[in-house]
Design a protein around this ligand. Structure first.
Ligand SMILES: [Zn+2]
Length: 186
């Protein structure tokens, strides 16, 4: 069973949450890289952040809180104000190349965390960092050739399609293609 090391207590939120953004830590995926949250916090502080940039960390063994969700994070340029940032540990294969390295436990823990967040923020949509950090040059949604970065190394919008709100604006071409397909099937 996953340890519930984080709390989602009903603190007064002064900011509106309309997005949840998934990241990877861009580190290798094996137990020896199960960094403490303070280690990541120190990396971010060295980059000039006042605190860790993410709100939640999905480690290899558990989920830990980062920056309190009441506070704006520092994880997705242009979208920090009204979003929550989650990073799973990994995203690099053994050669240091971007790869979907999520373990089964990490997939479970991410889903559990997202479900809890969606209970509190039902209208929030779920995106991958790369969906929001790329420019859609040909107007059909962002796709591989347009990604500026690989984070978080998997197609988030479609992976969590069942958790997306009814009024959902997709950024990824993958999700828009899925929508087209389901429309033509009707
Ligand atoms: Zn990222």
């Amino acid at each position: 069973m996953q340890k519930e090391e984080y709390k989602l207590e009903e603190k007064k939120m002064k900011r509106k949450i309309d997005k949840i953004v998934i990241h990877c830590t861009a580190t290798k995926s094996s137990p020896e890289y199960n960094y403490s949250v303070d280690t990541i916090r120190n990396w971010h502080k060295k980059r000039g952040f006042r605190d860790i940039g993410y709100h939640f960390l999905v480690r290899f063994t558990d989920v830990q809180p980062g920056r309190p969700i009441e506070e704006m994070g520092a994880h997705t340029k242009g979208f920090n104000k009204s979003s929550i940032g989650i990073a799973y540990y990994g995203g690099l294969d053994e050669n240091g190349k971007p790869a979907d390295t999520r373990t089964e436990l990490q997939k479970d823990m991410l889903l559990g965390l997202l479900k809890r967040l969606k209970e509190r923020f039902p209208n929030a949509s779920i995106h991958g960092h790369r969906d929001l950090a790329s420019v859609d040059k040909d107007g059909d949604g962002v796709e591989k050739s347009e990604f500026y970065k690989s984070c978080p190394c998997f197609e988030v919008e479609t992976y969590y399609k069942d958790l997306q709100p009814s009024k959902f604006k997709a950024y990824s071409k993958a999700y828009r293609d899925l929508e087209k397909k389901s429309k033509s099937a009707k």
